[in-house]
Design a protein around this ligand. Structure first.
Ligand code: C5P
Length: 396
């Protein structure tokens, strides 16, 4: 599948750079062509001789190399490949990419390329968790840069945590998925809502529900894995942002609707959020006081906007609108009615009477204009992957 595909492989400075050698070997074995670029930091960990010998092509290191410039030129080098891969991608490399710096050959190529870019980050867990790296990753995701890893585990410096470079076989599989027709949603913008909403009562209290965001986040990740540019509008959740996704964090239903409208146009929207149906009619500006001996003041509720119904009837309605229906009884019958009432195209109906909310698995029924499909009970990631594949088919 990778035969004659050309991959520009940038190796930046990390102790894990030795894994890039194995990655190149796997790529060559699959008949891909590898053009290696070694940064100054990368060359501290692997030698240009090893890189060049395994790549079977000249290694590029110097922006100012007269020989390379005369033979090929760095702009052509940037345009030549089918895919640009940065493995390992150091924290410094990701920061430079996010800010558009171009102070060496690798970063100049990255600024000049018009090809898809896959990064495989590798760094100490604290560097990966640092707000600066988080912000840089968010910037890169919003630009459509794809991410593989990092993995969680032991580090060279005898610490442990997320930051380990993905294994060569994993990076190879990601490359294969990106190049071998796996990019079915490339060039598409997909909008996903996820998580609960918090509806403020006063500055310290709110109304919420038990949604974990796991299903919605998994859907966003699965769509991104198919090459889509994904905007994930998420209510407050305790889980990590999916890699390669532009995450917009909101609190209330009204914030969520505004963020969704601001993200339009989109090719499809998947409303997986458990939006609160009601909010308090009057949000108290000060913390409400408990008055000893007095009964609590009743909470007057107001109806929240229905985001799914609003987007279904929107002037800039996405081509495909998918809703969820969490039910505890008459799951399919309710979903069929809900599909019509909300004006969406598909409903993913799930029975939440068991341990679905917050759990790892989901048993869903897909209700479309053609009828009802019963899917087996699957991990939420599998449900997401299946749904993403169906969405890609529908948008093809
Ligand atoms: O009416 P119900 O809450 O069961 O509908 C569920 C579907 O509608 C889900 O897709 C959910 O994300 C969406 N929804 C919404 N805004 C609301 C309520 C539900 O987008 N206010």
């Amino acid at each position: 599948m990778l035969a004659d595909k050309r991959i520009l492989l940038i190796i930046s400075g990390s102790v894990s750079a030795f894994k890039a050698l194995e990655l190149m070997r796997l790529l060559r074995k699959a008949d891909a062509r590898v053009t290696p670029v070694l940064t100054e930091g990368g060359a501290r960990f692997v030698t240009p001789h090893a890189v060049q010998a395994i790549a079977g092509e000249a290694v590029h290191q110097d922006l100012w190399s007269l020989t390379t410039e005369a033979e090929i030129g760095h702009i052509r080098l940037a345009r030549l490949p089918d895919l640009v891969v940065i493995a390992p991608a150091s924290a410094d490399m990701l920061a430079k990419m996010a800010h558009g710096l171009a102070d060496d050959l690798a970063t100049t190529l990255l600024l000049a390329t018009d090809k898809p870019v896959l990064v495989a980050p590798a760094m100490n867990w604290a560097m990966w968790a640092h707000p600066a790296t988080r912000a840089n990753m968010a910037t890169l995701a919003a630009r459509g840069v794809r991410v593989i890893g990092p993995n969680d585990g032991a580090m060279a410096e005898a610490e442990s945590g997320p930051g380990r470079l993905s294994e060569p076989a994993e990076i190879f599989a990601a490359i294969e998925a990106l190049l071998a027709g796996g990019m079915k949603l490339a060039g598409r913008h997909l909008l996903v809502t996820s998580g609960p909403t918090h509806e403020p009562i006063d500055p310290v209290r709110y109304i919420a529900n038990r949604s974990s965001g796991k299903q919605g986040h998994a859907i966003a990740a699965a769509l991104a894995a198919l090459g889509a540019r994904v905007t994930l509008v998420s209510g407050p959740v305790a889980i990590a942002d999916p890699p390669g996704v532009n995450v917009v964090k909101v609190e209330s239903a009204r914030d969520m609707l505004a963020a969704c409208e601001a993200a339009l146009p989109a090719d499809a929207v998947i409303c997986a959020a458990a939006v609160a149906d009601w909010r308090t009619a009057h949000e108290a500006s000060q913390k409400m006081k408990k008055v000893p001996g007095q009964p609590p003041a009743p909470l007057e509720l107001a109806l929240n906007p229905d985001i799914l119904a609003t987007l279904s009837a929107h002037a800039r309605r996405p081509g495909l609108v998918v809703g969820f229906a969490a039910e505890t009884e008459n799951v399919v019958a309710n979903a069929i009615t809900k599909r019509q009432r909300k004006g969406c195209d598909w409903i993913v109906a799930n029975d939440v009477s068991g341990d679905v909310m917050g759990g790892a698995e989901n048993a869903v029924h897909l209700v479309t204009e053609k009828g009802v499909e019963d899917w087996p009970r699957l991990p939420k990631q599998e449900v997401a992957a299946r749904l993403a594949a169906r969405i890609a088919e529908a948008l093809a």
